[in-house]
Design a protein around this ligand. Structure first.
Ligand SMILES: *Cc1c(COP(=O)(O)O)cnc(C)c1O
Length: 488
């Protein structure tokens, strides 16, 4: 199947823009500014709209269907978040405005810092990082700054469980720490004996995801934290799975020292296709002075009923700025709205229903697909994409699900489960959807035995069939069409 590009649809003389009458005298553009060789397609507005509408129908989206992409928390994004983010006072505020003219935006950011502190139990929060991975980098920089401030320059190792997301070793590696992998035990927890053996005075800390990427709550989390603290290390919490804990457990209460939030996962700001995300970082009191600057603070208390004056404050031993201006402000407005709409009880229900939905699916599927670490799960679980008596793989099952109009689960992650299918339904799905998804997966397991080629060649219903992923990676072509007279 091929697609027309805007260049191919172009016809000389068509135009989609109308300039207003100039209110200054007309003048010729200098020749040097005219670029005759720059090819631009010529089309009417309606042609452009139809072209992009047509392409957009190829996209699968959370507004279009069930999206159980494990670890990504593809929950429904309430549309009221979009309304508030588009309020002119928020949407058109410039980050360089004098603070007196941006008090509404600053008040929202200040309150959001406070709310995230309350939800997580941390003493202070920065809203700057652009996404979870950036929050991790910020967090490990803070950990290193803390060790250095104590004259402890020997902490060169970061311990990371084998179930961790790839961003954990990447963040630690980026600042030059040596990554030491810690195995999981047979119940999917951090292996305590291996952790103890790895802990010494060269350890900067541990990066812990809890619930972990198997969707399991670490049964010894307090002991894990104690072992790391006992050898002088800090514990980084990867907060990507906070959805399962909202209103139930505050990560700081089990001794986590620093953690990122993924606002685009837990707090429903839209994501996919590259962002923008938002990855605020919370820290316990002993790390508060190292946070990136500036934070949003109260500069002067308001008199009587007047609101305070909000502005920027710089922590004393700050690691510096990690992002231009103040983070992805539009995502902060959406998160603020989401938290305000749910309230404390509502957030707790989010966690409860996300866990209930995952356990319901697990119960319906565990007799069809083997679940290697099979115990009560949190907000997601990991099954093996294999069917006895068939040669199908997780990839075949995932692609076949597209023929049933479902987005596939996450495949081949976490690495410790062979042929992993990582399923995260989220709390926003009803029982009918969960049942339809379970029915499809059970039917696919039948097909795997009777008509395996149906799976090997899937998807059949999508506009494009099975991609050659190896070729796509090795011979990546990003620009598919250039006009013949185009000179680079
Ligand atoms: C999503 C995720 C991250 C990275 O977060 P981004 O916001 O995508 O950068 C880290 N760890 C886990 C477990 C995740 O699921």
């Amino acid at each position: 199947m091929t697609e027309s590009t805007l260049f191919e649809l172009s016809s000389p003389g068509r135009t989609g823009v109308t300039f207003p009458d100039p209110d200054v005298p007309r003048a010729k553009l200098p020749e040097s500014m005219l670029r005759a060789e720059l090819p631009l397609p010529e089309l009417a507005e309606v042609d452009v709209i139809r072209h992009y509408m047509h392409l957009s129908r190829y996209n699968y989206s959370v507004d279009g269907g069930f999206y159980p992409l494990g670890s990504c928390t593809m929950k429904y994004n309430p549309k009221i978040n979009e309304d508030t983010a588009r309020l002119p006072g928020f949407a058109f505020t410039h980050p360089l405005q004098p603070i007196e003219t941006a008090q509404g935006a600053l008040a929202l950011m200040y309150e959001l810092q406070e709310w995230l502190k309350e939800i997580s139990g941390f003493a202070a929060v920065t809203l700057q990082p652009a996404a979870g991975a950036h929050g991790e980098l910020t967090g490990v920089l803070i950990m290193r700054a803390w060790h250095k401030s104590r004259g402890d320059d020997n902490r060169v190792k970061m311990l990371i469980p084998d179930s961790a997301h790839g961003t954990n070793p990447a963040s630690s590696g980026m600042i030059g720490l040596d990554v030491v992998q810690i195995p999981s035990d047979n119940r999917g927890n951090v292996d305590l004996a291996a952790l103890k053996a790895a802990c010494d005075e060269t350890v900067a800390g541990l990066m812990l995801t809890n619930p972990n990427t198997l969707g399991l709550f670490d049964e010894h989390v307090e002991e894990v934290v104690r072992i790391v603290h006992d050898c002088g290390g800090l514990v980084y919490g990867d907060g990507a799975n906070l959805n399962a804990l909202l209103g139930i457990l505050r990560p700081a209460d089990v001794g986590i020292d620093v953690m990122h939030f993924n606002l685009h996962k837990t707090f429903s700001t839209p994501h996919g296709g590259g962002g923008p995300g938002s990855g605020p970082v919370g820290v316990a009191a002993h790390l508060a002075e190292f946070l990136p600057a500036p934070l949003i603070g109260i500069l002067e208390e308001g008199e009587e009923d007047l609101p305070p004056l909000y502005g920027y404050v710089t922590p004393k031993q700050t690691i510096g700025r990690v992002k231009a201006f103040h983070g992805h402000f539009g995502m902060l407005v959406r998160t603020y709205t989401y938290i305000a709409m749910h309230g404390a009880d509502g957030l707790r229900q989010v966690a409860e229903y996300s866990v209930l939905n995952a356990n319901y699916l697990l119960a319906r599927l565990r007799n069809t697909y083997h679940v290697p670490y099979d115990r009560i799960c949190m907000h997601e679980f990991v099954a093996e994409g294999k069917v006895e008596g068939s040669d199908v793989r997780a990839l075949d099952i995932a692609k076949r699900l597209m023929d049933y109009d479902f987005h596939p689960p996450t495949n081949y992650f976490p690495l410790i489960v062979h042929e992993a299918l990582m399923i995260e339904p989220t709390e926003t799905e009803n029982k009918d959807t969960l049942d339809a998804f379970a029915d499809a997966l059970i039917k696919i397991a039948e097909e795997a035995k009777t008509q395996p080629e149906l799976l090997h060649e899937a998807p059949h219903k999508t506009p494009f069939g099975r991609m050659d992923e190896v070729k796509a990676a090795r011979e990546l072509v990003l620009c598919c069409w250039l006009p013949e007279n185009f000179s680079k």
